[in-house]
Design a protein around this ligand. Structure first.
Ligand SMILES: *Cc1c(COP(=O)(O)O)cnc(C)c1O
Length: 383
């Protein structure tokens, strides 16, 4: 193994999660697999073909470079939707490749029409509506201009979708705001349809909205975090539990992140360990060097706090997490040897290190921690 750690991705876990997700929506509702952020750290190249094997035919990415990586990894034709960034230079490429994309301002709309006229190929656009997130999207005041443009460019623009995004459906605190967004969306949709503008698909829901607000499902749901086996928030999980008190957690994590012991060291009582004086050995100790540090996404805030699994037992990180390594206390795991497997995230024996606990200790969101797992850690598919 050239690399000091690797990530395993479980196919059976993905299949179980996708089966669960499909049961949350009516049979005709399409599930778009959201794979921005390097498939939430799972690796676009590894994750996309796996998702296709599990029946996914629609992917959503943030940017054109992700769409390009996706196209290179697909094993069969699939719909690709860019929800965010495309430079004008890449727009032509996107239209030529048949990639669908969000349009959220008049410049982009005009550009899309021009490009498609130039190429003689329709641009498949999704109009994003501003409903209250106040990030991107057409405000009601823009709609007249949008209508004119769409009518004028009927032959070039295909209105594949009408969409919006909720500002925090994972928290009950935002309940009123989400409902307001939904009713604004419906009002604007109606206004467009009265002038003869009928999109093929309506879509608004992310994972949390799918779970908490069935009215948001419409024709397609855009699912990120749940397909990877994580609840969008503790609140969405407890809401599910209260509706299904008998059910165990239906989601399974896909990721195991593993390394191994690089070397062992005996440290006499009273010695400091690593940089500075944050850890002083309280007794004679045996420490294992694990070759993963903050350069690999193992946060420095886990210094003296993190835990890993070794021989099926939990072991504490001692001292400061370095750029490329950390020390782990194996004094009470006498069988520990150079080369032994170390689990940083995921399961070993009866124990597991969850992303949630890891994220909490390192003061990150699930989403943040996952997407910070570097591109160059190798990813392998397991059953
Ligand atoms: C990230 C994203 C999603 C998916 O969100 P999850 O909470 O991961 O399901 C859906 N829609 C848009 C526009 C997004 O940016």
């Amino acid at each position: 193994m050239l690399h000091s750690s690797y990530i395993e991705i479980s196919k059976s876990a993905l299949q179980a999660n996708l089966d669960f997700i499909r049961r949350q929506v009516a049979p005709g509702v399409q599930v778009s697999s959201v794979i921005k952020g390097n498939a939430y750290g799972h690796g676009i190249e590894q994750f996309a073909p796996l998702a296709q094997d599990c029946g996914i035919g629609h992917f959503s990415v943030f940017s054109a470079d992700e769409a390009q990586r996706l196209l290179q990894s697909l094993t069969a034709p699939a719909t690709v939707l860019i929800m965010g960034y495309i430079g004008n230079a890449a727009l032509e490429w996107a239209v030529a490749e048949g990639i669908e994309f969000y349009v959220f301002d008049l410049d982009r709309l005009a550009e899309a029409a021009q490009v498609s006229e130039r190429l003689g190929k329709p641009a498949k656009i999704h109009l994003e509506l501003e409903t209250g997130m106040n990030r991107t999207g057409f405000a009601p005041a823009d709609l007249n201009a949008v209508q004119k443009m769409l009518h004028k460019n009927r032959r070039h623009l295909v209105l594949q979708g009408l969409c919006t995004h909720f500002a925090g459906a994972e928290s009950y605190q935002n309940h009123e705001r989400v409902l307001t967004q939904l009713s604004r969306f419906q009002a604007q949709r109606q206004r467009l349809s009265q002038s003869g503008i009928i999109p093929k698909q309506l879509h608004t829901a992310c994972s949390a909205a799918m779970m908490q607000y069935p009215d948001t499902h419409m024709d397609m749901v855009r699912i990120g975090i749940m397909q990877y086996g994580f609840w969008p928030s503790p609140e969405t999980y407890s809401a599910f539990r209260s509706r299904h008190p008998e059910s165990p957690d239906p989601l399974r994590r896909l990721i195991n992140w593993k390394s191994s012991i690089m070397s062992l060291k005996h440290v006499p009582q009273g010695e400091y360990v690593g940089y500075g004086t944050s850890f002083q050995a309280p007794r004679d100790m045996v420490l294992a060097m694990v070759p993963v540090g903050y350069a690999w996404g193992y946060s420095r805030t886990l210094s003296n706090q993190g835990q890993v699994l070794l021989h099926g037992q939990k072991a504490n990180v001692v001292g400061i997490v370095n750029m490329n390594g950390m020390m782990v206390d194996v004094t009470d795991i006498p069988a520990a040897q150079k080369g032994d497997e170390v689990v940083l995230l995921g399961k070993q024996g009866d124990h597991s290190i969850s992303v949630a606990s890891f994220a909490e200790l390192s003061e990150q969101l699930n989403y943040e921690l996952l997407t910070r797992l570097p591109l160059n850690i190798p990813r392998f598919i397991i059953d």
